[in-house]
Each structure stands twice: as structure tokens, then as C-alpha cells.
Design a protein around this ligand. Structure first.
Ligand code: GLY
Length: 414
């Protein structure tokens, strides 16, 4: 979430409409077009999703809308998407729905079961606070930050992502940290600004430094999982859970990295994080397996001739390498913010690439016809291919970051 995005309200709608009709203004028409599709889909989604106990996540194996419970890592994206609808349109119906779905997540402020509290609470309550200044959201977000840092180990210098578990090949992951965890740091930076307590920010910075050292390879590709020795704090295993192989680069993980290091640079102005964000962005954009439409394959190491030749987990039914629209949505949003911090030449490269991704996602190859796709906007994301889970389906977080990217593009157009 970019805290500098334009605040909304009725005035926002009027302004958007005026700008859209002033000759010479360069409001990209895909922005309004996509929000119109989103409105059509989400009105239907709201009509079928009423109980606020089960959160829309994607499509289930039987083709139906997949809901998850309040503890699932994805619960904050649906309220967050509704906040983005309100931000773009200024329409009260979206605000009312966003408030209801956000507030249904309240008990998660005490959730210490995984690292995903940042995703869950900052995308819901954080967006709500930014757009409405509802003071009652602040203590809930502060408690969420408190819960998140309970998972921090000063020995490792990281927040533990998942509880200890065994890897697929039987290794004991005592302290697994995934690159995705970079996304939870924004909540901690916010908590320090609001409370004046530096411990949240210090932990966020230390986590980012540790990930920069151990998740990011010298060529700026990334490991998905690094599990640490809890006594020495040293990496014990560098592996994957959702990518092709331990040494490959899972596309969504790379996108989380670009986004997370960009946010960390915004909050610290420490050039090491900017360098890392740029390196990871350049790896993504310059990769030889990135298709012309810039929607990545699910993993950057599978686009070579001879599809996944030695992959022991390969579900035989995938004869084509799936694309991951969610990785493109996250990366496009991240690149638009990153473009604000770099030289003119780099800014042009990142904005052009992000715009191309957004335009590709706006075609019928990736964007659903209203009334289809279980009422999500984007098709063709991949949850966890090695587990044969959520392959070529809509995912709520793809929608969330797509809407965020559209809002960032709108702001840059303006
Ligand atoms: N954070 C989980 C995922 O990206 O699938």
C-alpha cells in the first residue's frame, strides 16, 4: 500500500471524471475500464458473500468460489480491494462494504500463528485508516504490530514466517523465513511512526538486512525459503516450497522482494535497499524467460526447452508452463513506486514495463468477462504448483495488487 496515494471521497470521483474528459490529459483509459469491470464483479461477489466469516480467496478444485476462514493469510485482501474501489470511485457502497469486511478481521490483531498479520491487517485496517482517518483502527493496527514482532528472533535477525516444519524432502525447518515476509514490514514502520517506539522499525530494518543477505542471491534472484539455525542464527537450509526447485526463482517471491525492498527504501532512505529493489526488478524484467507480454511464468527457471525435465513433483497434467498473473500484478505495483526513487532512465524503464504488464492483464487472456471467474477480476494465477494447488485460477491478492497498480498509475498520470 502506498501511503502517498490520493485520498478519496466524492471529490475524488468528480476530479477523475473531469480529468478523463479534459483534452490532452493522459489518463490511461484502462484505469477506468478496469475499475468498471471490478465494480461489476465485486457487486456480484458482495451479493454472494454475506457472512463475513468466510473470505473470498479464489477458485476451488471443483470450480466453485473458494472461501477461507479468518486465520488464512489472504483475509485482508478482499477488504483491501473494497477500499481501493472506494478510493477510486468515492462511492459510499464500497466504503460501507470495506468497513464491514475490515472490522470482521478484528480478532486477528492477536494472531501470532504466522507472519501474515501484516498482509491481513495493513491491507484492510491500514487502507481504511488512510482513507477515512478512523481513529479506532489505530490501536488494532498497533496490537497487530505487537503480535507480529513476537515472532522476531534477535539471534536470527528475522521474523519467523511459518512455525517449524519439515521441508518436502524431510529437512527440519526450525525457523523458516520466506521472501514474502518483506511485505509485512510496512506495518512495523507505520507502528513506529504512530507510537514513537523505535523497536518496530529496528526489527523491520534488521529483518530486511537479514533477507537481503540470505534470500537475495548475487544476481538478485531470490530463494523462497531460508530456514535458520536458532542457536547460531546462521542459515541452515535455502530451499523452495512454491517454486520449481531450491535454486530456482519463484516469480511471485521475486515480486514480493521488489515490493518489500522498495517499501523498505521508502521508509529508511537507505540506498542498500534501493539497490536491492532495483537489482530484483532488473532480474525480473531482463529475464530471458519473461514472455513478451511481461506476465511471468510461475517460476523463472522453467522456461527453457524441455518442460521441467527433472521435476519430481510435476503434476503430469500441466503440459504448458502456467503464467502467474499475481506475480505480474504485484510487480507492476512495486515498479510504479520504485520508479519514483530512481534516475530518469530507470524510471522510464520501470513505468513502461509496469504499464505493459497492466495492459496485458487488461486483455481477455487475463481479465475475466464480467459474471465469470467467480467474480474476481483476474484469471490465471498460481498459488502453489508443487502442491498442485490453485493453478490457473483467480486469486484475491492478484486482484488487490492489480487495483493498487491502477491507482498508482492514475496518480502518476495525474
Ligand atoms: N505468501 C504466500 C504466497 O505468496 O503464496
Amino acid at each position: 500500500m502506498n501511503n502517498k496515494l490520493i485520498s478519496s471521497g466524492c471529490a475524488g470521483v468528480v476530479l477523475t471524471c473531469l480529468l478523463a474528459f479534459i483534452p490532452g490529459m493522459k489518463i490511461d483509459p484502462v484505469i477506468n475500464e478496469n475499475f468498471a469491470v471490478a465494480a461489476a464483479q465485486y457487486e456480484k461477489m458482495l451479493a454472494v458473500s454475506k457472512d463475513m466469516i468466510q473470505y473470498p480467496r479464489g477458485t476451488a478444485k471443483d470450480g466453485s468460489l473458494r472461501y477461507v476462514g479468518i486465520g488464512d493469510w489472504t483475509g485482508g485482501f478482499w477488504p483491501g480491494a473494497l477500499w481501493y474501489m472506494f478510493e477510486h470511485t468515492g462511492e459510499q457502497q464500497w466504503r460501507i462494504a470495506a468497513e464491514k469486511w475490515t472490522e470482521s478481521l478484528e480478532s486477528n490483531q492477536y494472531n501470532t500463528k504466522h507472519h501474515d498479520i501484516g498482509f491481513m491487517m495493513y491491507n484492510s485496517y491500514g487502507n481504511g485508516l488512510r482513507l477515512t482517518n478512523n481513529e479506532s483502527y489505530k490501536p488494532i493496527l498497533i496490537q497487530s504490530a505487537k503480535s507480529l514482532i513476537k515472532r522476531y528472533s534477535p539471534v536470527v535477525g528475522s521474523i519467523q514466517s511459518w512455525n517449524s516444519r519439515k521441508s518436502k524432502d524431510g529437512n527440519a525447518w526450525d525457523f523458516p523465513v520466506i521472501i514474502d515476509n518483506m511485505m509485512n514490514l510496512e506495518l512495523l514502520f507505520w507502528a513506529t511512526k504512530v507510537t514513537g517506539d523505535n523497536s518496530y522499525r529496528d526489527i523491520a530494518i534488521r529483518h530486511a538486512e537479514t533477507s537481503m543477505k540470505n534470500h537475495v542471491r548475487p544476481d538478485y534472484s531470490s530463494y523462497h525459503v531460508v530456514s535458520y539455525d536458532t542457536i547460531t542464527g546462521a542459515p541452515a537450509y535455502r530451499q523452495t516450497a512454491q517454486g520449481f526447485s531450491d535454486n530456482s526463482t519463484w516469480s511471485r517471491g521475486q515480486a514480493w522482494g521488489i515490493y518489500g525492498f522498495t517499501t523498505t527504501y521508502r521508509e529508511t532512505k537507505d540506498k542498500r535497499f534501493l539497490k536491492t529493489a532495483m537489482g530484483m526488478a532488473d532480474f525480473f524484467l531482463n529475464n530471458k524467460t519473461l514472455p513478451e507480454d511481461k506476465i511471468p511464468l510461475w517460476d523463472f527457471n522453467v522456461g527453457k526447452p524441455g518442460f521441467i525435465p527433472d521435476w519430481k513433483y510435476e503434476p503430469a497434467k500441466y503440459t504448458e508452463i502456467p503464467r502467474d498473473a499475481s506475480a505480474a500484478a504485484i510487480a507492476s505495483s512495486a515498479l510504479l513506486e520504485l520508479s519514483e526513487y530512481v534516475s530518469k532512465g530507470k524510471a522510464k524503464k520501470y513505468r513502461k514495463a509496469a504499464t505493459e504488464m497492466i495492459h496485458s492483464l487488461s486483455t481477455s487472456a487475463y481479465r475475466a468477462e464480467p459474471g465469470t471467474n467467480n467474480f474476481f477480476i483476474l484469471k490465471n494465477s498460481v498459488g502453489a504448483l508443487p502442491m498442485d494447488s490453485e493453478v490457473n485460477v483467480p486469486l484475491v491478492y492478484a486482484d488487490y495488487y492489480f487495483l493498487e497498480a491502477l491507482l498508482r498509475l492514475k496518480k502518476l498520470n495525474n
